[in-house]
Ligand binder design. Structure first.
Ligand SMILES: NC(=O)c1ccc[n+]([C@@H]2O[C@H](COP(=O)([O-])OP(=O)(O)OC[C@H]3O[C@@H](n4cnc5c(N)ncnc54)[C@H](OP(=O)(O)O)[C@@H]3O)[C@@H](O)[C@H]2O)c1
Length: 302
């Protein structure tokens, strides 16, 4: 594994691969769509708003008129929309090489809920991607060397808890704790998925990334944090490198976590990191898995 500063120049041709990216109309997802289509992959940009998606796809095509890029609609805060997306995806594709579970929402100042009543950050960032991956599992299983990459955050360490007695923050709401929970859940999910791939001898791996602090639309709901992020945040092209590395670096074995290094981890080239001790806790991961299957109604069939 390279120890030097990793850039997208290291990505080999992705020709022939089908790559699905959630949150592909903005920030890190849009940049990933642009880079991976320049690397000749067929990129499916999954977006919740088709108008925004069209504008984003235009940007990708402006940079690379030959880009093989398609737009599909999914609202990750609605299990019905995810089920419909999965049907549409199955009708159009018979393989899935790389799934980038990237979409996310952060710090809504008031408690909001998804269509099915889950707290919106836990419901979108974790449960939405849990459901999506489960519904696409048959395609992942039949694609040799497939990868599922999930975007986490240094915030997974902030609270560092899965609030099992009140997963949806009905009794007391703190937007930062709820975001932290969703990002810890992203990692528990990744490592458990990778364990299950291995236990069932499936030729696929799950990896994860974090972008440090990157100036994107993510911070829009909080004025002060938004100003801070545009001041200290790194460029989107830089913040997308960990996701791209986790998605494309050859010879990964699974459960790798890439991001800017250092105690703070705000900025820098992507390195192989350790996430919090808790994120590797198997009992916690199993408990979260069971409750996620129950809440989403999606049972993984390996
Ligand atoms: N930027 C950072 O510093 C930072 C740090 C740590 C982790 N992250 C993570 O990086 C990921 C990407 O965020 P970003 O920084 O690129 O922010 P962004 O520019 O706001 O992009 C977020 C994307 O997620 C989409 N999204 C939100 N809710 C959705 C839903 N219900 N269904 C489908 N798509 C939905 C957004 O769509 P709309 O445009 O329609 O809202 C947007 O395309 C997130 O998971 C975030 O937690 C970012």
């Amino acid at each position: 594994m390279s120890n030097s500063n990793w850039t997208s120049a290291e990505i080999a041709s992705q020709k022939g691969k089908i790559i699905l990216i959630t949150g592909a109309n903005s920030g890190l997802g849009l940049e990933a769509a642009s880079v991976l289509s320049q690397k000749e992959a067929t990129v499916i940009m999954a977006v919740r708003n088709l108008e925004k998606g069209q504008a984003a796809m235009k940007q990708v095509l402006a940079q690379n008129p030959k880009a093989q890029v398609e737009l599909m609609q999914v609202d990750l805060s609605d299990l019905e929309s995810i089920a419909k997306f999965s049907e549409d995806f199955h009708a159009r594709f018979s393989r899935l090489d790389i799934l980038l579970n990237n979409a996310g929402i952060m710090f809504p100042p008031k408690r909001e809920v998804t269509k099915q009543g889950f707290e919106i950050q836990f419901g979108t960032n974790h449960l939405g991607h849990f459901a999506l991956t489960g519904l696409l599992l048959d395609l992942i299983k039949k694609t040799q060397g497939a990868r599922v990459v999930t975007q986490s955050s240094i915030a997974h360490k902030f609270n560092g808890e899965i609030n099992f007695p009140d997963l949806n923050w009905e009794k007391s709401y703190n937007e930062m704790k709820a975001y932290s929970q969703s990002k810890l859940a992203n990692l528990l999910f990744t490592y458990q998925l990778d364990r299950l791939f291995k236990a069932h001898k499936i030729n696929a791996i799950a990896t994860a990334s974090h972008p440090g602090v990157t100036a994107t639309n993510l911070f829009r709901s909080n004025g002060i944090v938004s100003k801070m992020s545009s001041f200290i945040g790194q460029k989107v092209s830089m913040g997308t490198l960990p996701l791209l590395r986790a998605a494309t670096e050859p010879h990964l074995v699974g459960a790798e976590y890439f991001g800017p290094p250092g105690v703070v981890g705000f900025r820098g080239f992507p390195k192989l990191l350790k996430s919090s001790n808790k994120s590797y806790n198997i009992n916690l991961a199993q408990e979260l898995w069971i409750v996620s299957e129950k809440l989403t109604g999606i049972t993984y069939t390996f």
